[in-house]
Design a binder for this molecule. Structure first.
Ligand SMILES: C[S@@+](CC[C@H](N)C(=O)[O-])C[C@H]1O[C@@H](n2cnc3c(N)ncnc32)[C@H](O)[C@@H]1O
Length: 267
């Protein structure tokens, strides 16, 4: 079987920030506006990465506590260094076996994480266990099937044209369930109710092609992880192809769409 997750490199906080963190921070703010949580609640965040959503929760949602769980030691180091808030604790752990007590959270969130978890049913059962009765699940994922991360879609379109074997690695193929229907079915099967799914849309604006391309060379995330494995001449052909595919605006900037699905539900 092809291991389509083999390039999911979650190992360098700074590289991740350039590739995804700068966009995920913007989506996190929009997501919290949508959630409109009451102050003073106990939050759990799963897969906090470098802390994009964690810092937004702390600054916008007035939590009593935030327990953020993350398997990558490097990302935890980045998040801990960036966020010194007595309400927050950053814990090493996996969504499929959360190191947290039963019924200990009012709200459980995960930003851009659910699709990367190998056993999502198990992770959702864990999330249900950790939430208090009537507690809220509030998560979001990119709309991969709908091309909701324009820069990732542009990358794989060019990469697959040069290397058809890369087709198995695209997030569009790997995560077909990242649709309102797919997410609702998955979360409903885990016993959640009152499920709603809402689109969050935005744009990623790269001042120039160099700013678009550089994060793909830094190895953090599936597409950059794949890019890092390419011999230099192939990587250079890929860069040239992308430069030809993308049409900058009159100021040289490249603007591509972003769309995430935000799902909310109750235990
Ligand atoms: C795209 S990043 C999102 C990070 C952060 N939430 C954000 O919005 O920027 C995906 C994150 O999921 C984490 N992750 C992957 N597999 C996981 C698992 N089984 N349990 C918990 N987190 C996981 C990765 O380590 C990474 O931090």
């Amino acid at each position: 079987m092809v291991d389509t997750a083999r390039h999911d490199a979650w190992s360098s906080g700074n590289s991740y920030e350039l590739y995804m963190g700068r966009w995920s921070r913007r989506i996190a703010d929009r997501f919290l506006d949508l959630v409109a949580a009451r102050p003073g609640q106990d939050w759990v965040e799963v897969g906090c990465g470098t802390g994009a959503l964690s810092s937004a929760i702390l600054s916008r949602a007035a939590p009593a506590r935030l327990t953020a769980v993350e398997p990558s030691a490097a990302f935890l180091t980045t998040a801990r260094a960036a966020i010194a808030d007595p309400r927050a604790s950053f814990v090493a752990g996996d969504a499929q076996a959360l190191p947290l007590a039963d019924a200990s959270a009012d709200i459980l969130t995960a930003g851009l994480v659910l699709n990367f978890i190998p056993d999502r049913a198990r992770a959702l059962a864990e999330m249900h266990r950790v939430l208090r009765p009537g507690g809220r699940l509030a998560v979001y994922v990119w709309d991969y099937p709908g091309g909701g991360v324009g820069f990732i879609r542009a990358f794989w379109t060019a990469a697959v044209a040069l290397d058809p074997g890369a087709a198995d690695l695209t997030e569009t193929g790997r995560f077909p369930f990242c649709t309102p229907e797919g997410l609702t079915e998955m979360v409903s099967a885990a016993g959640f109710r009152d499920i709603t799914v809402t689109a969050i849309t935005d744009e990623a604006r790269f001042p120039d092609f160099a700013d678009f391309w550089r994060p793909f060379t830094l190895g953090a995330g599936p597409a950059p992880g794949y890019c890092a494995t390419l011999p230099e001449d192939i990587r250079d052909r890929l860069r040239q192809r992308l430069a030809a595919d993308l049409t900058p605006g009159s100021d040289g900037a490249i603007t591509l769409p972003l769309r995430a699905w935000a799902l909310q539900a109750r235990t």
